[in-house]
Ligand binder design. Structure first.
Ligand SMILES: *Cc1c(COP(=O)(O)O)cnc(C)c1O
Length: 409
């Protein structure tokens, strides 16, 4: 559950250098290469930067992705600077005028427009700036009509963002109203975009992609649009990551084969996907040490340095963050070393709130004060979604191993 390079680095850090995030960029690169190889060559792979926008992560992915999906002006400026030569697609439901101006100035390659009002504002700002903008309309597709496989898949999805009332994207009839605004002027319609759910397996993802592609084709037919206006079909991200089974990865092989079939059924269409979590979750570990072990009633608790203000993922998703115990050094004190053996233990952080739980009642062989714990699957939606300032503990260190990092740390 931890790569040897990450484990070696984790073990080498001084206790006062903990907690620390450790990223294995060789592992990330190998994973991204395998994902890319599983996809048909014509499918465009964008990385959703919000999963982990750290510059070394963006750079490590660069040889294996087509571009980056960004969801704020901040992400847009940051990604442009970190990986300047690769295209960006700018999405997000609440773009300000300032952000749209920035995106026009930085020549964002694609704008994912989420409402009619946003389209009108973008058009006005593009006219003002004298810049063209290439647009994909983000649609919130009802999945029930005629797409039972997709609807059933979405019912089981962890984080559905579409297919039901949602602030993301626009309803199909709003897309119809947007088309005249794109007929001429600085905006160019390139296609449609959807990101309907997170946590979908390959079959569900294929059902969604099929639904979006068929809907785009029908839209073009209904309105007599030229082929280039709906040539691009963005099927979103949300490829499943199973924190309970870290060894089970999203089935990119099956998904790639299915996308190849889909591409054959839609000649001339450019399919685009934008995974975040499923690309970067596996390459990061949150490493810390056990400050104390105690029992309360009949339950064992290990209190760790750090906590959910650094790694909020288990608290937001309600799971046990998977971990590996790295045995600590000799016990420096004359009194007995606190420990727990053979039973379930709850791993908590330093915060004065019962919500600061990283893993609950997980069986361990032995866990002792001074041991280190490396929480796996901490490469996405981990540090960057956490409430860092709560309780004013120091921030973790950040360490990268692998190509381009000069070795360890
Ligand atoms: C968050 C998001 C993604 C990435 O989702 P993952 O679950 O990390 O794969 C892709 N597209 C859009 C529009 C998003 O909001």
């Amino acid at each position: 559950m931890i790569t040897s390079a990450a484990a070696a680095l984790a073990a080498s850090l001084a206790a006062d250098a903990l907690p620390a995030y450790v990223y294995d960029l060789a592992d990330l690169t190998a994973h991204a290469r395998a994902v890319r190889a599983a996809l048909p060559p014509g499918v465009e792979l964008y990385y959703a930067a919000k999963a982990n926008p750290a510059a070394p992560v963006l750079a490590a992915l660069a040889p294996h992705v087509t571009g980056y999906e960004v969801a704020s002006g901040g992400e847009l400026a940051h990604v442009r600077e970190a990986v300047p030569r690769l295209p960006v697609a700018f999405g997000g439901p609440g773009k300000t005028d300032g952000e749209l101006r920035l995106a026009l100035r930085l020549r964002a390659e694609r704008f994912h427009v989420e409402s009619e009002h946003e389209l009108r504002r973008l058009r006005a700002l593009a006219e003002e700036a004298g810049r063209p903008a290439d647009v994909l309309l983000r649609v919130n597709l009802p999945l029930a009509d005629g797409a039972d496989a997709a609807a059933a898949a979405l019912d089981g999805a962890a984080l559905a963002m579409g297919g039901r009332p949602s602030p993301f994207g626009m309803d199909p009839d709003a897309v119809d109203r947007c088309l005249p605004l794109l007929a001429r002027g600085p905006l160019r319609l390139r296609g449609v975009h959807a990101h309907l759910a997170s946590g979908l397996d390959a079959a569900a993802q294929l059902a969604v992609a099929d639904r979006v592609a068929r809907w785009a084709r029908d839209l073009a037919a209904r309105h007599g649009l030229p082929p280039e206006a709906v040539a691009e079909v963005g099927a979103g991200g949300g490829m499943a990551v199973d924190y309970a089974r870290p060894g089970d990865r999203f089935d990119w092989e099956t998904y790639g084969k299915g996308l190849a079939d889909l591409a054959r059924r839609h000649p001339g269409t450019v399919l685009r996907i934008e995974p975040g979590r499923a690309l970067t979750a596996y390459c990061g570990w949150y490493v810390t040490d056990v400050l104390d072990v105690k029992t309360s009633g009949d339950e064992a608790f290990a209190v760790l340095r750090g906590g959910t203000h650094h790694l909020r993922t288990p608290a937001t998703k309600g799971h046990d963050q998977p971990f590996t115990v790295l045995p600590g050094g000799p016990w420096p004190h004359p009194w007995p070393r606190p420990d727990t053996r053979g039973g379930p233990v709850t791993l908590v952080g330093q915060l004065c709130t019962p919500k600061d739980v990283l893993a609950r009642r997980v069986p361990v062989d032995v866990l002792r004060a001074g041991d280190r714990v490396a929480f796996a699957m901490a490469g996405a939606y981990a540090w960057n979604i956490s409430h860092h300032e709560f309780l004013m503990h120091p921030p973790p260190g950040f360490h990268y191993v692998g190509p381009g990092t000069g070795g360890g740390g």
